[in-house]
Design a protein around this ligand. Sequence first.
Ligand SMILES: C[S@@+](CC[C@H](N)C(=O)[O-])C[C@H]1O[C@@H](n2cnc3c(N)ncnc32)[C@H](O)[C@@H]1O
Length: 153
Amino acid sequence: MFTFQPIGVVRGPYTDTGEIPKGPGAKHDAEGTLDVHPEFEAGLTDIDGFSHLFVVWVFDRSTDYDLMAHPPIDDRPHGVFSTRSPRRPNPIGLTVVRLLRRDGPRLHVRGIDMLDGTPFLDLKPYLSSVPPDELKRGWLDEVEARSRRPGGG
Ligand SMILES: C[S@@+](CC[C@H](N)C(=O)[O-])C[C@H]1O[C@@H](n2cnc3c(N)ncnc32)[C@H](O)[C@@H]1O
């Protein structure tokens, strides 16, 4: 077993999960802050140079998990590990945010999809080395293709 200590708290506009955009083409452009606890502030040294960050966080308001998930964008179930469902055995969230600016221990970011008050465990610079033509998006591509067809949904 492992014990993790949050390094900070997300502050953003969402207080209810129903307010967070979902579905095909949902845009995550909400702005908020990642407030790093003072004892970890030195760890932010040099972070300003990165445009995007991975935020590793906790679905602290999830109470249980389902191995088969029912994503809101599809009428078919999918294994939880092929989705981004909040109801997972280890309730860990991963979000890429745009870093707008830093004020000491406070990072101003765009792309929040977590509830206000969500604890986060780690930050890492976003670096992607996967060439776009090698990236496969599994069942998501099928759903998006269906929704683009006339009469699709
Ligand atoms: C589909 S998950 C994706 C989160 C993240 N981008 C990921 O891939 O791990 C986003 C949803 O998690 C839920 N959520 C956000 N913050 C949460 C929290 N602190 N506890 C439980 N559920 C949360 C909301 O319903 C939100 O729409």
